[in-house]
Structure formats: C-alpha cells, structure tokens
Write a protein that binds this ligand. Structure first.
Ligand SMILES: [Zn+2]
Length: 147
C-alpha cells in the first residue's frame, strides 16, 4: 500500500468549507473515515480504515501559536467591551472568559490541525531535503575526505 497522494493531475483549488467540516469531524484525508484524532486534539498514529500513517505529517506548533494569539486578541476585545459597557464584577470576567477562551482554543485547534494535515497530504508536503547534483565529469573534493 502506498502512502503517497495521487499527483498525476493538477490539483483543483481547495474549498475551505468542506476542508473545515472534514477537519472538525476528524476525517482521514485519504479514505474519509472518522479516524484522524485519537482524542480531542491529538492525532491517531494511523488510520484504522486505510492504514495511512499520520505520524509522517508534521503540523508543528504553528496552529497553536497562531490561534492562541488570534483568540487571545478577540477575547481581550470582548472582555474590554463588556467591562466598559456593563462594568461587571471581576469574578464574572473570570468565570466567563477563562472557559470560553479554553473552549475556543481547543475547538479551533482541532480544526486547524486537521486542515493542515489534510493539506499536507493533498499537496504531498514533506520536509525539505538538500540534494546537490555533481556533473558527471566533476570529481568530489578530495580535501577533507578520508583516505
Ligand atoms: Zn483512512
């Protein structure tokens, strides 16, 4: 079984709606089974349906950092708007914004991680490898090679 995405024809543009829906549902990018996540935001090691190895994809910490900053800015704006309009007691801010922020980060992180993994699979994104091709007539430098 191959781990590669089909790449014979040019890829159609990505439709954001279906991508977000599939990510939120945790659908495998190859077979569409609901096997992408082992928990709320942690990926499974592989698809139980088609065997696609999810560990080969690396979405990194980009989604977490990006979403934390965006959601933090939105929550801060909402908290300031509430404070300046109603001026509620401090305890109301604590019980309102802390759970709302945590739920927003976790919910959007699941979508962002799933979407990035699906896009990596679709675009066959891999870690960069530097390959230096020498002309056939060129000899490798002998200065630092063991004799
Ligand atoms: Zn699958």
């Amino acid at each position: 079984m191959t781990e590669e995405a089909p790449q014979d024809t040019p890829l159609a543009p990505v439709k954001i709606g279906p991508l977000i829906t599939a990510s939120a549902q945790g659908l495998c990018p190859r077979c569409g089974a609901r096997t992408l996540f082992a928990s709320v935001v942690a990926f499974s090691d592989r698809c139980r349906q088609c065997g696609l190895d999810f560990t080969q994809f690396n979405v990194g910490d980009g989604p977490a950092a990006f979403l934390t900053m965006i959601i933090g800015a939105v929550m801060l704006g909402l908290a300031l708007a509430l404070e300046f309009s109603v001026h509620p007691p401090l305890w109301l801010h604590v019980i309102l914004w802390a759970p709302l922020t945590i739920a927003s980060v976790i919910g959007s992180l699941r979508i962002a991680k799933g979407a990035l993994l699906a896009l990596e699979y679709r675009n066959r994104a891999r870690e960069g490898v530097l390959v230096v091709a020498l002309p056939e007539s060129a000899e490798p430098p002998a200065g630092n090679l063991p004799q």
